[in-house]
Design a protein around this ligand. Sequence first.
Ligand SMILES: Cc1cc2nc3c(=O)[nH]c(=O)nc-3n(C[C@H](O)[C@H](O)[C@H](O)COP(=O)(O)OP(=O)(O)OC[C@H]3O[C@@H](n4cnc5c(N)ncnc54)[C@H](O)[C@@H]3O)c2cc1C
Length: 509
Amino acid sequence: MGGVTLLDAVVVGSGPNGLAAAVTLARAGLGVRVLEAQPTIGGGARTLPVPELGGDLLFDLCSAVHPMAWASPFFRAFDLPAHGVELVAPEVAYAQPLGGDRAGIAWRDLARTADGLGADGDAWRDLIRPLAESWRQVTALALGDKRTVRGMLEGVRDHGAHASETWGLASLVRPGLRFGAALLEQGGPRWERRFLTEEAKALLTGVAAHAITPLPSYAGAGTALLLAALAHADGGWAVPVGGSQAITDALVRDLRAHGGTVETGRPVDAWRDLPPARAVLFDTTPTTVLRVLGDRIRAPRRAALRRFRYGNAAAKVDFVLSGPVPWAAPDVGRASTVHVGGTRAEMVIAEDAVAHGVHPDHPMVLLSDPGVADPGRVRGATRPLWTYAHVPAGSTHDLTEAVTRQIERFAPGFRDVVVGARCIPADQMQRHNQNYPGGDISAGAASMWQMIARPTLAPDPYQVAEGVYLCSASTPPGPGVHGMGGWHAARRALVREFDVRHVPGLAPG
Ligand SMILES: Cc1cc2nc3c(=O)[nH]c(=O)nc-3n(C[C@H](O)[C@H](O)[C@H](O)COP(=O)(O)OP(=O)(O)OC[C@H]3O[C@@H](n4cnc5c(N)ncnc54)[C@H](O)[C@@H]3O)c2cc1C
Protein backbone atom coordinates (compact mmCIF):
# COMPACT_ATOMS: atom_id res chain seq x y z
CA MET A 1 0.00 0.00 0.00
CA GLY A 2 3.07 2.30 -0.24
CA GLY A 3 2.76 3.65 3.29
CA VAL A 4 -1.01 4.22 3.06
CA THR A 5 -2.72 2.90 6.17
CA LEU A 6 -5.45 0.38 5.48
CA LEU A 7 -8.48 1.34 7.56
CA ASP A 8 -10.75 -1.35 8.86
CA ALA A 9 -13.91 0.47 7.82
CA VAL A 10 -15.04 3.65 6.12
CA VAL A 11 -18.59 4.90 6.58
CA VAL A 12 -19.86 7.33 3.93
CA GLY A 13 -22.37 9.69 5.53
CA SER A 14 -22.90 10.75 9.14
CA GLY A 15 -26.66 10.39 9.49
CA PRO A 16 -28.02 8.32 12.38
CA ASN A 17 -27.62 5.10 10.41
CA GLY A 18 -24.05 5.89 9.39
CA LEU A 19 -23.13 6.80 12.95
CA ALA A 20 -24.90 3.73 14.36
CA ALA A 21 -22.81 1.58 12.01
CA ALA A 22 -19.62 3.46 12.88
CA VAL A 23 -20.20 3.16 16.65
CA THR A 24 -20.96 -0.56 16.36
CA LEU A 25 -17.78 -1.20 14.36
CA ALA A 26 -15.58 1.01 16.56
CA ARG A 27 -16.86 -0.69 19.69
CA ALA A 28 -15.78 -4.02 18.18
CA GLY A 29 -12.25 -2.61 18.22
CA LEU A 30 -12.03 -1.65 14.53
CA GLY A 31 -10.47 1.49 13.06
CA VAL A 32 -13.35 3.54 11.60
CA ARG A 33 -13.46 6.77 9.61
CA VAL A 34 -16.71 8.56 8.69
CA LEU A 35 -16.69 10.77 5.59
CA GLU A 36 -19.45 13.38 5.46
CA ALA A 37 -20.17 15.55 2.42
CA GLN A 38 -21.75 18.40 4.38
CA PRO A 39 -19.88 20.88 6.58
CA THR A 40 -21.80 19.64 9.65
CA ILE A 41 -22.33 16.16 11.12
CA GLY A 42 -25.65 14.39 11.54
CA GLY A 43 -27.57 14.22 8.24
CA GLY A 44 -31.25 14.07 9.18
CA ALA A 45 -30.46 14.68 12.88
CA ARG A 46 -28.95 18.19 12.93
CA THR A 47 -29.96 21.32 14.82
CA LEU A 48 -28.56 24.59 13.53
CA PRO A 49 -29.11 28.32 13.61
CA VAL A 50 -30.75 29.72 10.47
CA PRO A 51 -29.04 33.04 9.59
CA GLU A 52 -32.02 34.18 7.44
CA LEU A 53 -34.16 33.89 10.57
CA GLY A 54 -31.87 35.90 12.80
CA GLY A 55 -29.54 33.13 13.93
CA ASP A 56 -30.65 33.33 17.59
CA LEU A 57 -32.85 30.27 17.64
CA LEU A 58 -31.89 26.70 16.83
CA PHE A 59 -33.88 24.77 14.23
CA ASP A 60 -34.01 21.06 13.54
CA LEU A 61 -33.02 20.88 9.91
CA CYS A 62 -34.82 17.56 9.36
CA SER A 63 -36.05 15.26 12.15
CA ALA A 64 -37.50 16.82 15.30
CA VAL A 65 -39.55 14.22 17.19
CA HIS A 66 -38.07 10.93 18.31
CA PRO A 67 -40.19 8.04 19.56
CA MET A 68 -37.70 5.65 17.97
CA ALA A 69 -34.69 7.23 19.65
CA TRP A 70 -35.67 5.49 22.86
CA ALA A 71 -37.64 2.54 21.45
CA SER A 72 -35.46 1.18 18.65
CA PRO A 73 -33.40 -1.87 19.59
CA PHE A 74 -30.21 -0.03 18.58
CA PHE A 75 -30.94 2.99 20.73
CA ARG A 76 -32.17 0.87 23.62
CA ALA A 77 -28.80 -0.87 23.56
CA PHE A 78 -26.96 2.44 23.13
CA ASP A 79 -29.06 4.10 25.86
CA LEU A 80 -29.13 7.79 24.93
CA PRO A 81 -29.95 9.02 28.47
CA ALA A 82 -26.90 7.17 29.79
CA HIS A 83 -24.91 8.99 27.09
CA GLY A 84 -26.10 12.34 28.42
CA VAL A 85 -29.11 12.96 26.14
CA GLU A 86 -32.23 14.11 27.95
CA LEU A 87 -35.36 12.92 26.16
CA VAL A 88 -38.49 14.77 27.19
CA ALA A 89 -42.00 13.89 26.13
CA PRO A 90 -44.92 16.32 26.28
CA GLU A 91 -48.13 15.20 27.97
CA VAL A 92 -49.83 15.31 24.57
CA ALA A 93 -47.87 13.23 22.05
CA TYR A 94 -49.68 14.54 18.98
CA ALA A 95 -52.82 16.43 18.15
CA GLN A 96 -55.14 16.86 15.20
CA PRO A 97 -57.06 20.15 15.16
CA LEU A 98 -60.38 20.00 13.33
CA GLY A 99 -61.59 23.60 13.49
CA GLY A 100 -63.08 25.58 16.37
CA ASP A 101 -62.53 23.82 19.65
CA ARG A 102 -62.69 20.36 18.05
CA ALA A 103 -59.51 18.25 17.99
CA GLY A 104 -58.28 14.70 18.35
CA ILE A 105 -55.79 14.55 21.20
CA ALA A 106 -53.33 11.68 21.77
CA TRP A 107 -52.38 12.03 25.41
CA ARG A 108 -49.45 9.98 26.62
CA ASP A 109 -51.99 8.34 28.86
CA LEU A 110 -53.95 5.89 26.71
CA ALA A 111 -56.98 5.88 29.03
CA ARG A 112 -57.21 9.68 28.87
CA THR A 113 -56.93 9.53 25.08
CA ALA A 114 -59.73 6.99 24.88
CA ASP A 115 -61.90 9.01 27.29
CA GLY A 116 -61.41 12.09 25.13
CA LEU A 117 -62.55 10.20 22.05
CA GLY A 118 -66.04 9.63 23.50
CA ALA A 119 -67.97 7.16 21.35
CA ASP A 120 -64.70 5.89 19.85
CA GLY A 121 -62.89 5.42 23.14
CA ASP A 122 -63.34 1.65 23.22
CA ALA A 123 -62.48 1.28 19.52
CA TRP A 124 -59.24 3.24 20.05
CA ARG A 125 -58.37 1.24 23.15
CA ASP A 126 -59.04 -2.09 21.40
CA LEU A 127 -56.81 -1.16 18.47
CA ILE A 128 -53.91 0.59 20.16
CA ARG A 129 -53.63 -0.84 23.68
CA PRO A 130 -52.42 -4.35 22.71
CA LEU A 131 -49.76 -2.77 20.50
CA ALA A 132 -48.71 -0.26 23.15
CA GLU A 133 -48.47 -3.02 25.76
CA SER A 134 -46.19 -5.12 23.54
CA TRP A 135 -44.26 -2.16 22.11
CA ARG A 136 -40.89 -3.93 22.43
CA GLN A 137 -41.96 -6.79 20.21
CA VAL A 138 -43.90 -4.54 17.82
CA THR A 139 -40.88 -2.27 17.47
CA ALA A 140 -38.52 -5.19 16.94
CA LEU A 141 -40.78 -6.54 14.17
CA ALA A 142 -41.30 -3.15 12.52
CA LEU A 143 -37.61 -2.26 12.69
CA GLY A 144 -36.22 -5.69 11.81
CA ASP A 145 -34.35 -6.49 8.62
CA LYS A 146 -37.61 -7.61 6.92
CA ARG A 147 -35.89 -10.73 5.62
CA THR A 148 -34.92 -13.25 8.25
CA VAL A 149 -36.20 -14.55 11.56
CA ARG A 150 -32.70 -13.90 12.89
CA GLY A 151 -32.88 -10.34 11.65
CA MET A 152 -36.08 -9.83 13.63
CA LEU A 153 -34.80 -11.59 16.69
CA GLU A 154 -31.52 -9.70 16.70
CA GLY A 155 -33.67 -6.69 17.44
CA VAL A 156 -35.00 -8.20 20.63
CA ARG A 157 -31.79 -9.81 21.85
CA ASP A 158 -28.58 -8.27 23.16
CA HIS A 159 -30.16 -5.14 24.51
CA GLY A 160 -27.11 -3.89 26.31
CA ALA A 161 -28.30 -2.54 29.64
CA HIS A 162 -31.59 -4.34 29.05
CA ALA A 163 -29.94 -7.69 28.26
CA SER A 164 -32.12 -9.47 30.79
CA GLU A 165 -35.07 -8.87 28.49
CA THR A 166 -34.66 -11.59 25.90
CA TRP A 167 -37.43 -13.06 23.85
CA GLY A 168 -37.65 -16.02 21.59
CA LEU A 169 -39.63 -16.33 18.39
CA ALA A 170 -42.72 -17.43 20.32
CA SER A 171 -42.94 -14.09 22.10
CA LEU A 172 -43.22 -12.33 18.77
CA VAL A 173 -46.10 -14.41 17.43
CA ARG A 174 -49.04 -12.88 19.27
CA PRO A 175 -47.91 -9.23 18.92
CA GLY A 176 -47.02 -9.96 15.30
CA LEU A 177 -50.47 -11.34 14.57
CA ARG A 178 -52.15 -8.41 16.27
CA PHE A 179 -50.01 -5.92 14.40
CA GLY A 180 -50.67 -7.76 11.10
CA ALA A 181 -54.43 -7.81 11.67
CA ALA A 182 -54.48 -4.11 12.57
CA LEU A 183 -52.33 -3.33 9.53
CA LEU A 184 -54.72 -5.16 7.19
CA GLU A 185 -57.67 -3.32 8.72
CA GLN A 186 -56.19 0.18 8.72
CA GLY A 187 -54.32 -0.13 5.42
CA GLY A 188 -57.38 -0.88 3.27
CA PRO A 189 -61.03 0.03 2.80
CA ARG A 190 -61.98 -1.54 6.15
CA TRP A 191 -60.34 1.44 7.91
CA GLU A 192 -63.71 3.23 7.68
CA ARG A 193 -65.41 0.60 9.83
CA ARG A 194 -63.60 1.13 13.12
CA PHE A 195 -64.32 4.70 14.15
CA LEU A 196 -67.51 6.76 14.22
CA THR A 197 -66.13 10.17 15.17
CA GLU A 198 -64.03 12.51 13.05
CA GLU A 199 -61.72 13.03 16.04
CA ALA A 200 -60.60 9.39 16.11
CA LYS A 201 -60.53 8.95 12.32
CA ALA A 202 -58.42 12.04 11.79
CA LEU A 203 -56.18 11.35 14.78
CA LEU A 204 -54.94 8.06 13.32
CA THR A 205 -54.94 9.29 9.72
CA GLY A 206 -52.64 12.17 10.65
CA VAL A 207 -50.01 9.67 11.77
CA ALA A 208 -50.56 7.47 8.69
CA ALA A 209 -49.89 10.50 6.52
CA HIS A 210 -46.23 10.48 7.65
CA ALA A 211 -45.65 7.84 4.96
CA ILE A 212 -46.48 10.32 2.13
CA THR A 213 -48.62 7.83 0.22
CA PRO A 214 -52.21 7.89 -1.02
CA LEU A 215 -54.46 6.87 1.89
CA PRO A 216 -55.37 4.36 3.07
CA SER A 217 -52.18 2.41 2.43
CA TYR A 218 -50.42 -0.45 4.18
CA ALA A 219 -47.24 1.60 4.53
CA GLY A 220 -49.28 4.40 6.10
CA ALA A 221 -51.07 1.97 8.42
CA GLY A 222 -47.79 0.38 9.53
CA THR A 223 -46.37 3.81 10.29
CA ALA A 224 -49.51 4.90 12.12
CA LEU A 225 -49.81 1.80 14.28
CA LEU A 226 -46.16 1.78 15.33
CA LEU A 227 -46.04 5.50 16.13
CA ALA A 228 -49.47 5.58 17.76
CA ALA A 229 -48.47 2.66 20.00
CA LEU A 230 -45.20 4.36 20.98
CA ALA A 231 -47.11 7.52 21.96
CA HIS A 232 -48.53 5.58 24.91
CA ALA A 233 -45.43 3.52 25.72
CA ASP A 234 -42.53 4.32 28.07
CA GLY A 235 -40.81 7.27 26.36
CA GLY A 236 -43.68 8.71 24.27
CA TRP A 237 -43.00 11.02 21.35
CA ALA A 238 -39.80 12.33 22.82
CA VAL A 239 -37.89 15.45 21.95
CA PRO A 240 -34.19 15.60 22.83
CA VAL A 241 -33.37 18.62 24.96
CA GLY A 242 -31.49 21.05 22.71
CA GLY A 243 -32.76 19.41 19.51
CA SER A 244 -32.00 16.37 17.35
CA GLN A 245 -28.33 17.31 17.22
CA ALA A 246 -28.05 15.99 20.78
CA ILE A 247 -28.55 12.47 19.42
CA THR A 248 -25.86 12.97 16.79
CA ASP A 249 -23.45 14.50 19.28
CA ALA A 250 -23.85 11.55 21.66
CA LEU A 251 -23.10 9.09 18.85
CA VAL A 252 -20.06 11.08 17.71
CA ARG A 253 -18.71 11.35 21.27
CA ASP A 254 -18.97 7.60 21.63
CA LEU A 255 -17.38 6.98 18.25
CA ARG A 256 -14.43 9.22 19.07
CA ALA A 257 -14.06 7.65 22.52
CA HIS A 258 -13.57 4.34 20.71
CA GLY A 259 -10.97 5.67 18.31
CA GLY A 260 -13.21 6.55 15.35
CA THR A 261 -12.94 9.80 13.38
CA VAL A 262 -15.33 11.96 11.36
CA GLU A 263 -14.26 14.17 8.45
CA THR A 264 -16.71 16.76 7.16
CA GLY A 265 -16.69 18.39 3.72
CA ARG A 266 -15.72 15.00 2.23
CA PRO A 267 -18.23 14.06 -0.50
CA VAL A 268 -17.67 10.61 -1.95
CA ASP A 269 -18.61 10.81 -5.62
CA ALA A 270 -16.25 8.19 -7.05
CA TRP A 271 -14.36 5.11 -5.86
CA ARG A 272 -11.12 7.13 -5.84
CA ASP A 273 -12.58 9.39 -3.12
CA LEU A 274 -12.45 6.48 -0.68
CA PRO A 275 -9.37 5.72 1.42
CA PRO A 276 -8.30 2.04 1.31
CA ALA A 277 -10.41 0.03 3.75
CA ARG A 278 -11.46 -3.56 4.33
CA ALA A 279 -15.13 -2.57 4.44
CA VAL A 280 -17.14 0.41 3.22
CA LEU A 281 -20.62 1.19 4.50
CA PHE A 282 -22.73 3.72 2.59
CA ASP A 283 -25.25 5.77 4.54
CA THR A 284 -26.43 7.06 1.16
CA THR A 285 -29.01 6.41 -1.51
CA PRO A 286 -28.70 3.42 -3.86
CA THR A 287 -28.16 5.98 -6.65
CA THR A 288 -24.95 7.15 -4.96
CA VAL A 289 -23.75 3.58 -4.46
CA LEU A 290 -24.38 2.83 -8.15
CA ARG A 291 -22.42 5.94 -9.17
CA VAL A 292 -19.49 5.26 -6.86
CA LEU A 293 -19.22 1.52 -7.38
CA GLY A 294 -20.21 1.21 -11.04
CA ASP A 295 -19.45 -2.29 -12.28
CA ARG A 296 -17.94 -3.31 -8.95
CA ILE A 297 -21.55 -4.32 -8.28
CA ARG A 298 -22.57 -7.52 -10.05
CA ALA A 299 -24.91 -6.90 -12.99
CA PRO A 300 -28.12 -8.43 -11.53
CA ARG A 301 -27.80 -6.45 -8.29
CA ARG A 302 -26.97 -3.34 -10.29
CA ALA A 303 -30.11 -3.77 -12.36
CA ALA A 304 -32.20 -4.34 -9.23
CA LEU A 305 -30.78 -1.23 -7.53
CA ARG A 306 -31.58 0.82 -10.64
CA ARG A 307 -35.23 -0.13 -10.21
CA PHE A 308 -35.30 1.51 -6.74
CA ARG A 309 -37.93 4.25 -6.75
CA TYR A 310 -37.97 7.57 -4.92
CA GLY A 311 -41.18 8.98 -3.56
CA ASN A 312 -43.05 12.23 -3.21
CA ALA A 313 -41.63 14.99 -1.17
CA ALA A 314 -41.66 17.56 1.58
CA ALA A 315 -41.06 21.29 1.50
CA LYS A 316 -39.72 22.57 4.80
CA VAL A 317 -41.04 25.83 6.29
CA ASP A 318 -39.46 27.17 9.48
CA PHE A 319 -41.00 30.05 11.39
CA VAL A 320 -39.90 32.41 14.13
CA LEU A 321 -42.86 33.27 16.34
CA SER A 322 -43.35 36.04 18.86
CA GLY A 323 -45.47 33.73 21.06
CA PRO A 324 -47.17 30.33 21.12
CA VAL A 325 -49.39 29.23 18.22
CA PRO A 326 -52.92 30.48 19.09
CA TRP A 327 -54.66 27.13 18.56
CA ALA A 328 -58.46 27.44 18.75
CA ALA A 329 -58.61 24.11 20.61
CA PRO A 330 -56.48 24.77 23.72
CA ASP A 331 -55.24 21.19 24.29
CA VAL A 332 -53.55 21.24 20.86
CA GLY A 333 -51.06 23.70 22.37
CA ARG A 334 -49.93 21.02 24.82
CA ALA A 335 -48.59 18.87 21.96
CA SER A 336 -45.10 19.15 20.49
CA THR A 337 -46.36 17.52 17.30
CA VAL A 338 -49.47 18.64 15.45
CA HIS A 339 -50.81 17.12 12.26
CA VAL A 340 -52.37 20.04 10.45
CA GLY A 341 -54.44 18.32 7.82
CA GLY A 342 -58.04 18.69 8.95
CA THR A 343 -60.43 15.80 8.60
CA ARG A 344 -59.63 12.33 7.30
CA ALA A 345 -61.36 13.19 4.01
CA GLU A 346 -59.27 16.36 3.61
CA MET A 347 -56.05 14.46 4.23
CA VAL A 348 -57.06 11.78 1.74
CA ILE A 349 -57.69 14.47 -0.88
CA ALA A 350 -54.36 16.20 -0.12
CA GLU A 351 -52.29 13.01 -0.30
CA ASP A 352 -54.10 11.90 -3.43
CA ALA A 353 -53.31 15.22 -5.12
CA VAL A 354 -49.61 14.86 -4.26
CA ALA A 355 -49.63 11.31 -5.64
CA HIS A 356 -50.96 12.77 -8.89
CA GLY A 357 -48.27 15.45 -9.05
CA VAL A 358 -50.57 18.27 -7.94
CA HIS A 359 -50.04 20.80 -5.11
CA PRO A 360 -53.14 20.50 -2.90
CA ASP A 361 -55.06 23.61 -1.80
CA HIS A 362 -54.87 22.40 1.80
CA PRO A 363 -51.57 20.51 2.05
CA MET A 364 -50.81 17.98 4.76
CA VAL A 365 -48.61 19.89 7.22
CA LEU A 366 -46.57 18.31 10.01
CA LEU A 367 -45.72 20.78 12.75
CA SER A 368 -43.38 20.58 15.70
CA ASP A 369 -43.25 23.22 18.41
CA PRO A 370 -40.16 22.12 20.35
CA GLY A 371 -40.60 24.79 23.04
CA VAL A 372 -43.67 22.95 24.35
CA ALA A 373 -41.56 20.10 25.69
CA ASP A 374 -38.18 21.83 25.85
CA PRO A 375 -38.61 25.42 27.10
CA GLY A 376 -34.88 26.00 26.58
CA ARG A 377 -35.61 26.29 22.85
CA VAL A 378 -37.56 29.51 23.48
CA ARG A 379 -35.58 32.79 23.70
CA GLY A 380 -37.54 35.37 25.65
CA ALA A 381 -40.83 35.55 23.78
CA THR A 382 -39.48 34.20 20.47
CA ARG A 383 -39.68 30.54 19.61
CA PRO A 384 -38.86 28.31 16.63
CA LEU A 385 -41.66 26.50 14.82
CA TRP A 386 -40.76 23.59 12.54
CA THR A 387 -43.11 22.51 9.77
CA TYR A 388 -43.09 20.68 6.51
CA ALA A 389 -45.78 20.13 3.91
CA HIS A 390 -46.24 17.24 1.50
CA VAL A 391 -45.69 18.18 -2.14
CA PRO A 392 -45.02 16.35 -5.41
CA ALA A 393 -41.45 15.11 -5.99
CA GLY A 394 -39.13 17.83 -7.22
CA SER A 395 -41.55 20.66 -6.39
CA THR A 396 -40.01 24.11 -6.70
CA HIS A 397 -42.88 25.85 -4.87
CA ASP A 398 -42.27 28.09 -1.88
CA LEU A 399 -44.84 26.71 0.57
CA THR A 400 -44.64 29.51 3.17
CA GLU A 401 -48.02 31.02 2.32
CA ALA A 402 -49.79 27.66 1.90
CA VAL A 403 -48.52 26.40 5.26
CA THR A 404 -49.35 29.71 6.99
CA ARG A 405 -52.89 29.56 5.57
CA GLN A 406 -53.32 25.96 6.66
CA ILE A 407 -52.22 26.67 10.26
CA GLU A 408 -54.33 29.85 10.37
CA ARG A 409 -57.45 27.73 9.70
CA PHE A 410 -56.99 26.04 13.08
CA ALA A 411 -55.17 28.83 14.88
CA PRO A 412 -56.81 32.13 13.93
CA GLY A 413 -54.30 34.93 14.53
CA PHE A 414 -51.30 32.74 13.67
CA ARG A 415 -50.13 35.30 11.10
CA ASP A 416 -49.90 37.91 13.83
CA VAL A 417 -47.30 35.93 15.80
CA VAL A 418 -45.11 35.13 12.76
CA VAL A 419 -42.03 37.35 12.78
CA GLY A 420 -39.96 35.41 10.26
CA ALA A 421 -40.24 32.44 7.88
CA ARG A 422 -38.14 30.63 5.35
CA CYS A 423 -38.95 27.76 3.02
CA ILE A 424 -36.66 25.07 1.63
CA PRO A 425 -38.58 23.92 -1.46
CA ALA A 426 -38.53 20.18 -2.11
CA ASP A 427 -36.09 20.42 -5.02
CA GLN A 428 -33.59 22.19 -2.70
CA MET A 429 -33.65 19.57 0.08
CA GLN A 430 -30.89 17.65 -1.67
CA ARG A 431 -28.54 20.60 -1.29
CA HIS A 432 -28.21 19.96 2.40
CA ASN A 433 -28.55 16.19 2.18
CA GLN A 434 -28.02 14.13 -0.97
CA ASN A 435 -30.18 11.38 0.52
CA TYR A 436 -33.38 13.32 -0.18
CA PRO A 437 -33.56 13.41 -4.00
CA GLY A 438 -36.33 15.71 -5.19
CA GLY A 439 -37.29 16.26 -1.55
CA ASP A 440 -38.05 12.60 -0.81
CA ILE A 441 -37.41 12.68 2.93
CA SER A 442 -37.88 8.89 3.17
CA ALA A 443 -34.88 8.18 0.89
CA GLY A 444 -37.10 5.92 -1.19
CA ALA A 445 -40.83 5.67 -1.87
CA ALA A 446 -42.74 4.23 1.06
CA SER A 447 -44.82 1.86 -1.04
CA MET A 448 -45.63 -1.37 0.79
CA TRP A 449 -43.33 -3.19 -1.65
CA GLN A 450 -40.41 -0.91 -0.92
CA MET A 451 -41.07 -0.98 2.82
CA ILE A 452 -40.36 -4.71 2.63
CA ALA A 453 -38.14 -5.17 -0.42
CA ARG A 454 -35.98 -2.11 0.13
CA PRO A 455 -33.61 -1.50 -1.60
CA THR A 456 -34.07 -4.77 -3.56
CA LEU A 457 -35.60 -8.16 -2.86
CA ALA A 458 -32.14 -9.72 -2.25
CA PRO A 459 -31.97 -12.01 0.80
CA ASP A 460 -29.35 -9.65 2.22
CA PRO A 461 -30.63 -6.12 1.69
CA TYR A 462 -27.41 -4.52 2.98
CA GLN A 463 -24.43 -6.06 1.19
CA VAL A 464 -24.17 -4.74 -2.37
CA ALA A 465 -20.67 -5.97 -3.33
CA GLU A 466 -17.70 -7.65 -1.71
CA GLY A 467 -16.86 -5.63 1.41
CA VAL A 468 -19.45 -2.95 0.53
CA TYR A 469 -22.72 -2.35 2.37
CA LEU A 470 -25.63 0.07 2.07
CA CYS A 471 -26.96 1.06 5.50
CA SER A 472 -29.16 4.16 5.05
CA ALA A 473 -32.91 4.69 5.30
CA SER A 474 -33.04 3.25 1.76
CA THR A 475 -32.53 -0.16 3.44
CA PRO A 476 -34.78 -1.92 5.98
CA PRO A 477 -36.40 -0.81 8.15
CA GLY A 478 -36.66 2.50 6.22
CA PRO A 479 -36.95 6.11 7.34
CA GLY A 480 -36.69 7.42 10.89
CA VAL A 481 -34.03 8.12 13.47
CA HIS A 482 -33.62 4.59 14.83
CA GLY A 483 -30.12 3.63 13.71
CA MET A 484 -31.35 0.18 12.72
CA GLY A 485 -30.15 0.15 9.09
CA GLY A 486 -26.67 0.99 10.32
CA TRP A 487 -26.81 -1.57 13.11
CA HIS A 488 -28.07 -4.39 10.87
CA ALA A 489 -25.45 -3.65 8.19
CA ALA A 490 -22.56 -3.26 10.66
CA ARG A 491 -23.38 -6.56 12.34
CA ARG A 492 -23.28 -8.31 8.98
CA ALA A 493 -19.98 -6.63 8.11
CA LEU A 494 -18.50 -7.66 11.45
CA VAL A 495 -19.22 -11.32 10.78
CA ARG A 496 -18.31 -11.41 7.09
CA GLU A 497 -15.37 -9.05 6.81
CA PHE A 498 -13.81 -9.34 10.28
CA ASP A 499 -15.03 -12.68 11.62
CA VAL A 500 -16.32 -10.91 14.74
CA ARG A 501 -19.26 -12.99 15.89
CA HIS A 502 -20.15 -11.44 19.23
CA VAL A 503 -22.27 -8.30 19.16
CA PRO A 504 -20.38 -5.45 20.82
CA GLY A 505 -22.14 -3.88 23.79
CA LEU A 506 -23.16 -0.28 23.21
CA ALA A 507 -24.03 1.02 26.66
CA PRO A 508 -21.56 3.40 28.30
CA GLY A 509 -19.01 2.07 30.79
C1 LIG B 1 -37.81 17.43 6.98
C2 LIG B 1 -37.62 16.07 7.63
C3 LIG B 1 -38.30 15.76 8.81
C4 LIG B 1 -38.11 14.53 9.42
N1 LIG B 1 -38.72 14.30 10.63
C5 LIG B 1 -38.42 13.17 11.32
C6 LIG B 1 -38.81 13.03 12.68
O1 LIG B 1 -39.39 13.95 13.27
N2 LIG B 1 -38.50 11.87 13.32
C7 LIG B 1 -37.79 10.86 12.71
O2 LIG B 1 -37.53 9.82 13.34
N3 LIG B 1 -37.38 10.99 11.42
C8 LIG B 1 -37.65 12.13 10.73
N4 LIG B 1 -37.16 12.31 9.47
C9 LIG B 1 -36.46 11.20 8.80
C10 LIG B 1 -35.06 11.01 9.32
O3 LIG B 1 -34.40 12.25 9.45
C11 LIG B 1 -34.28 10.14 8.35
O4 LIG B 1 -35.04 8.99 8.01
C12 LIG B 1 -32.98 9.69 8.97
O5 LIG B 1 -32.17 10.81 9.25
C13 LIG B 1 -32.25 8.76 8.02
O6 LIG B 1 -30.99 8.49 8.54
P1 LIG B 1 -29.81 8.03 7.59
O7 LIG B 1 -28.62 7.87 8.46
O8 LIG B 1 -30.25 6.87 6.78
O9 LIG B 1 -29.60 9.21 6.54
P2 LIG B 1 -29.46 10.76 6.73
O10 LIG B 1 -29.80 11.16 8.11
O11 LIG B 1 -30.22 11.36 5.63
O12 LIG B 1 -27.91 11.03 6.56
C14 LIG B 1 -27.21 10.72 5.38
C15 LIG B 1 -25.88 11.44 5.46
O13 LIG B 1 -25.05 10.98 4.41
C16 LIG B 1 -24.42 12.10 3.80
N5 LIG B 1 -24.10 11.73 2.42
C17 LIG B 1 -24.96 11.35 1.45
N6 LIG B 1 -24.30 11.09 0.32
C18 LIG B 1 -22.98 11.28 0.59
C19 LIG B 1 -21.80 11.16 -0.19
N7 LIG B 1 -21.84 10.79 -1.47
N8 LIG B 1 -20.61 11.44 0.39
C20 LIG B 1 -20.54 11.81 1.71
N9 LIG B 1 -21.64 11.95 2.48
C21 LIG B 1 -22.85 11.69 1.93
C22 LIG B 1 -25.45 13.19 3.89
O14 LIG B 1 -24.87 14.47 3.76
C23 LIG B 1 -26.03 12.94 5.28
O15 LIG B 1 -25.28 13.60 6.27
C24 LIG B 1 -37.28 13.55 8.83
C25 LIG B 1 -36.60 13.85 7.65
C26 LIG B 1 -36.74 15.12 7.08
C27 LIG B 1 -35.92 15.46 5.87
